[in-house]
Design a protein around this ligand. Structure first.
Ligand code: PMP
Length: 436
């Protein structure tokens, strides 16, 4: 740590007006976080002038990197016309039409301001539609901060109970009644998940699943697992909700297109806002009708002062239009190259570990065993040590990734950038080999 650092000075100042100097737990770092000054393409510069290749892209939300000219132009043109109105604008129809055209299961869309809100409204829509109280979600999967959605996000081995997951509070203060209405199911375990869905079937409004849950290890769901969830939810009359807040960046038709699954509702966020705050609930007209105000108070009223604001809508549309089939092919290729490069480096340096993921997303694990779900991804002390040495060494070699090992690549990355990322990872792994 450099005591003359401008980041450190900013952090010291932040400590009195922000709790722990912080607004987002995810961007906190010890001894102090690095403050961003600006970004362009796949690079960010911090307030001390250090240049970094950005492999986190605001936690997967920027797929065109920073300050893409088309997005800057779309947003600023709208800013000059007014940023938000107490009226709808054409821009929300344009983005909704693009999303319904791309996502096979989606007839209609409802916009919100974050992924958290999108998941909250999707769960409430499922309850309103079915008249049932419970929701099911996978152990270790992150879906934002709604009380029900964050249950069993990070249970410790001492709280695992037996084979079947149990519902464990994530945040202090979570009411027991919330835990009682959340059925925690195992990821990638058909028998375990289906038997719980059957057991709670009559009370179950929905099953919420991320097809490649980042916090639960970023391993893709087995197709058979998702098919089993689809079948079991149909059998018990519950909805299947795909959380594609992150996974929509995996393919032109989303993760549901890649896996060939037909969910009832889909939640979106991140990339669809072109770098601005966004969320969306999308799905079958029959279910989306809970929001329809034409016949008086809807089953599920939903507003949001900034929902569908035209700056987000126009930037989002510009971002999505740039994201054509070729763009996805390029993202797949660079993701493959980085995963392979890092996996080769793990072997070369004799460090136990793997890079997992799909498309433009990857995550590093520091153990030998195959990763299938939250429990197999759970790190031992030795693995945590290797990860923390790696993170610091990777950052010192000019690459920004998430503290918990997630990386999200972006379209502005050229072959030379990909090589730099792999070289930095390899050099960081050499340090892990010598220091742990
Ligand atoms: N769902 C998933 C799968 C997410 O990864 C996230 C955020 N990382 C959310 C929901 C919540 O989105 P937001 O941070 O926009 O509230």
């Amino acid at each position: 740590p450099d005591t003359n650092s401008k980041s450190k000075a900013l952090y010291d100042r932040a400590l009195s007006s922000l709790p722990g100097g912080n607004t987002r737990t995810t961007v906190f770092m010890k001894p102090y976080p690095i403050y961003a000054a600006r970004g362009a393409g796949c690079r960010v510069w911090d307030v001390d002038g250090n240049e970094l290749i950005d492999c986190i892209n605001n936690f997967t939300s920027l797929i065109h990197g920073h300050a893409h000219p088309a997005l800057v132009e779309a947003a600023t043109r709208q800013l000059a016309l007014g940023s938000a109105f107490g009226m709808p604008t054409e821009s929300e129809i344009n983005l909704a039409e693009l999303l319904t055209a791309r996502l096979p299961s989606v007839d209609q869309v409802r916009f919100a301001n974050s992924g958290t809100e999108a998941v909250m409204m999707a769960l409430k829509a499922a309850r309103a539609f079915t008249g049932r109280p419970k929701i099911a979600k996978c152990e270790g999967a992150y879906h934002g901060s709604y009380d029900y959605a964050e249950v069993s996000l990070d249970p410790k081995p001492t709280d695992w109970g037996g084979n079947a997951p149990v519902s464990v509070a994530y945040a202090k203060g979570t009411p027991d009644k919330v835990l009682a209405d959340v059925v925690t199911i195992p990821f990638n375990d058909i028998d375990g998940a289906v038997s719980l869905i059957r057991e709670h079937g009559r009370d179950l409004a929905c099953v919420l699943v991320d097809p490649m849950p980042n916090r639960a290890g970023l391993v893709p769901a087995d197709k058979a697992y998702l098919e089993a969830l689809r079948q079991a939810t149909r059998d018990v009359g519950a909805l299947l909700i795909f959380d594609e807040v992150i996974s929509f960046r995996l393919g032109y038709h989303g993760a549901q297109g890649l896996w060939g699954i037909d969910p009832d509702l889909t939640t979106l966020g991140k990339i669809i806002g072109g770098g601005f705050p966004v969320g969306a609930i999308a799905g079958k007209s029959e279910v989306m009708a809970v929001f329809d105000p034409r016949h008086g108070k809807p089953a599920l009223p939903h507003g949001g002062t900034f929902s569908a604001n035209p700056v987000t809508m126009r930037a989002g549309l510009a971002a999505m239009e740039l994201l054509d089939q070729n763009a996805f092919a390029r993202l797949d290729a660079i993701g493959e190259a980085v995963r392979k490069g890092i996996n080769d480096a793990f072997r070369r340096h004799g460090v136990p570990g793997t890079a997992v993921g799909l498309g433009s997303l990857l995550k590093l694990h520091f153990g030998e065993r195959p990763i299938r779900d939250y429990r197999s991804a759970y790190m031992s002390e030795a693995e945590t040590k290797r990860q923390s040495v790696f993170n610091l060494e990777f950052l010192n070699r000019g690459v920004l990734a998430a503290g918990y090992g997630l990386m999200a690549l972006s379209l502005p990355m050229r072959d030379a950038d990909i090589e730099s990322i792999i070289r930095a990872a390899s050099d960081a792994l050499a340090q892990v080999a010598s220091k742990t």
